[in-house]
Each structure stands twice: as C-alpha cells, then as structure tokens.
Design a protein around this ligand. Sequence first.
Ligand code: FAD
Ligand code: UDP
Length: 396
Amino acid sequence: MYVFKSRAHSELSDAVASSDVIIVGAGFFGSVIADVASRKFGLTSTIIESRPHIGGNAYSYAEPSTGIEVHKYGSHLFHTSNERVISWVSSFVELNDYVHRVFTTHKNQVFSMPVNLHTMSQFFGSSLNPASARELIESKRARLSGRAQNLYEKGISSIGPELFEAFFGGYTAKQWQQDPRDLPAEVISRLPVRFSFDSRYFSESFQGVPVGGYGEWFERILDNPQISTFLDLDFFDVRRLISDSGKTVVYSGPIDRYFDYSEGRLGWRTVDFEWETLESTNDYQGCSVMNFADRDVAHTRIHEFRHLHPEADYGEGTVIAREYSRQAQNSDEPYYPINTNDDRQMLARYRERAANEDRVVFGGRLGSYQYLDMHMAIASALNTLETEVVPLVKQS
Ligand code: FAD
Ligand code: UDP
C-alpha cells in the first residue's frame, strides 16, 4: 500500500514486517531501488525519510504565490548519455526542451560559462577562432611534469592562470574555502573547455528538467502498492525495530552517522539560500543560473527558476534564490563532500566497517560520500539493486 504519512509509527511495524527491503532515504538512490525492486523483482519495500518530502536534494515544488516550480536545494538539471538510465527515466517522465546555459559575472561583465570561444574572445578582447584560441591557450597554459594533482594544477594547465583566476579562483574560494591546491582535480574536471561557441553547460543530448517538476516525478515513482513511504521519520529513531526485523536494509544516509561518527566526522560543504519572490517582474536576470566569479560578491550564484520551464505559462512574478556556501556544522544539510586527505582516510575506515555490516547496503551520495549527479545516483542504484540487494533478499 502507498502510505504517505508523518510519524505513522504504529503502521511502521506492519509495513516493515511485510517488506522485503527497508530503505533509508527517498532520494534518487532509495526511490530507484524501491521502484525497480518492485517492478522487476516483485519485491516490497518500506522507505523511511527524515524530511517532510520525497525526492531528496532533487525535490522541487510549485511556489504557492507564483506557481513557479522551484528547486528547494538549488537548480537541478538532468543530463545523461547512459541508455539504461534514460530508459528508466523515460518510463516516468518527459524532460522539457530546456538546455542549460550558465553565465558568470566578473568585474561588471557577463561571460559565458563553461569557458568557450565566446568567453575567451571576450576576456582577451580578441575575435578568436578555434585555431587561434588553441594557439593562445597553448601559449598561456602551465606545463606540468605529470597529471594534474589538484584543482589548481588542473585549472592552470587547462586554461592558463589568467582565465583560471578570473573565473575559477574567486568562485572556488567562495565555494570551498580551501586552497585550490588542496582540492581534487576532479571537482572542475566535469566542466569542459570548448574551442567552439557551444555554450551548453552539459554536452549530453538527453538533458532538461522534468515537465511537472521533480516532486511530481517522485510521486509517480512511489505511487506503487508495493512501496510504503514514511516521511518525517528518522531511521535512527526506529533503528531497533528495523534491526530486530532482520530485513535487508538499503541505507542512503550519511555513512559516518550510521557508525555514530566513531571514526570522526566527514567534511561537507553546505549552502544557504536567500529566497526572494519578486512580484513586479517576470524576468530578473534573463537566465536560470548566474554565477558570480569575484571574491567581493558574497554569493556564488543566483538561481531564477522560471527559466527552467520554458514550456510553462507562468504569469507575472519571479522567484530567485541567492546561494552562499559555507562549512557544514553538525545540524546542517550536507551538500558537497570536501574530500580532503583526512576525509579519504576516514572514509576508507568507514567503508571497511560498512563491508562487514550484516544485511546493510550503503549507497547514494551520503552513503558513499561521493559527489553524484542524479544520473550517477540512478545508475548506481540500478547496479546495486541487482548485485547486492536482490542477492541478500534471496538469501533470507
Ligand atoms: P539525496 O537526494 O541526498 O537523498 C538522500 C535522502 O536520505 C535525503 O532525502 C535525506 O533526508 C534522507 N536521509 C538521510 N539520513 C536519513 C535518516 N537518518 N533517516 C531517514 N532519512 C534520511 N545533480 C544533477 O544531475 N544535476 C544538477 O544540476 C545537480 N545540481 C545539484 C546542486 C546542488 C546544490 C547539489 C548539492 C547537488 C546537485 N546535484 C545535481 C546532485 C543531486 O542532488 C544528487 O545526485 C542526488 O541528490 C543524489 O540522490 P541520493 O538519493 O543519493 O541522495
Ligand atoms: N567553478 C568555478 N566557477 C564557475 C563554475 C564552477 O570555479 O563559474 C568550479 C567550482 O570549484 C565548482 C566546480 O567548478 O565547485 C564544479 O562546478 P559545478 O557547476 O559542476 O558545481 P555544482 O553545480 O555542482 O555546484
């Protein structure tokens, strides 16, 4: 039965007793497992979610006064070229025609991001073509003796120190508050450098935002008689009930919390959003995401959500959110794993403990302490279900 209740503890025991799998977290990782476990393997699941809503960090909802679909945890753009993921996604939703294009403000000018021929031409005040831009960047970029060991080396060896400082130095300092030499190169590896005027943020042809939003998408996924979802319920408040049941558990919460932080707390960045509904304009900045590259602007970016839905017929008014990044404290939402050397060593110890945990499968961005895009969380869930969860259920 599809339950959608807050703190329905009495019904929890019944749901757990009749489930094959208990899932902690109603984000993509947990929800995909519940869905495919039911549709492909005929298994029944109970999902426990501590927040008052489904969808995890991808959650979106219609802002009441304007009807604009807003993303509670920051703009979420779907993009993938993984056929298995596309097939799963397409069984529930249609993506709209929105193509993500990001701009960045630097010294009172607006540039295209990621760095492309337009960005370079404007920055260097020259009408570059692909060949002359390659030549220019080749003359500017730093030569390394081996592979880039950190974000700074990756940046200056890809685009040279001037472009790096203008568009990545300040933004990264605000986003991470770490020396870019202490951050992994992979953090910026997902941003391409293009010697063309292609200004798309993502290169995949399967990209967009679900028509109807992420909240509606998750409702469709979980509207399944074989999935019971309990909101506003923290797994750690009912841990005994779950462990006594002897059921297979899929845990997509923070891995360090599961082990009571016994090996220490893994480092996370969190973000704060300053929300504003503007009634007298229907276009505040002309795009969905404007980054702010300079150190003297405190926010990293401004989201304007109506642009994510060009197909929607919104009226007057717009909703914006200024995003500020800071170190996560204990009670904050964890957003970005920092992944320092200490974090990686701690994570290795937690992973060793997780591997020895009986009948519990860890996954998702919090359970694996990994930055995962949505398509990666989905792909990982599809794989984990088949290789770990189903075999465990069959053993019982
Ligand atoms: P989550 O979505 O975090 O879900 C985990 C769930 O577990 C949460 O709902 C949490 O409340 C619940 N939970 C945790 N502990 C407990 C507990 N003890 N008891 C009960 N429930 C618990 N990806 C993209 O592909 N495109 C984007 O544009 C994009 N933008 C992003 C922007 C930001 C600011 C961030 C932080 C991420 C972005 N992502 C984006 C990544 C995307 O959010 C993740 O891929 C996705 O959230 C991963 O799903 P998940 O299920 O692993 O984790
Ligand atoms: N980044 C930057 N300037 C930008 C955009 C990104 O310096 O205008 C760097 C920054 O370090 C960021 C990383 O590139 O953390 C990855 O950017 P992405 O847009 O993928 O981050 P997300 O959207 O996940 O916050």
